[in-house]
Design a protein. Sequence first.
Length: 146
Amino acid sequence: MPFFHCSSTILESGSVIRPRNWGRIIRNCGWAHTLALREAAVEYVRRLEFSDKPSRLLSTFDDEKEARFYAISDGRQTTMIVYEVELIEPGATCHIADWRSVAPRGGIDLEWAREYWLGTFQPPHQSGAVCRELVAITPVKVLRPI
């Protein structure tokens, strides 16, 4: 089964993307990173209520159309590259969720993060995209850029 990963880094076929890279970026930038507070809230809810789920350290997609939609979803289409990848450890612990649920919405609470860890999906985007991502604690090997 092919998987797809989005990155703004130019990678060669055969490159390995290790888990925890996203967490490394957030930790290195600290609170100056524009998504630090969001990621801290998502991780807080995971640790309290969903400790059996893998931390959001590396996410990938199991559908090329979904990956392409994600790559253009926030205006970064000029920097995002979609790669076909393979999971190096296909049996790794994983979680499937709607990536839109990592963005606060609704009341001033953490229900949005809870929905992410419950695997609750919002209605499909008008484009038809389900916005499904797979979070797994495994390195991925780049097969080719798309």
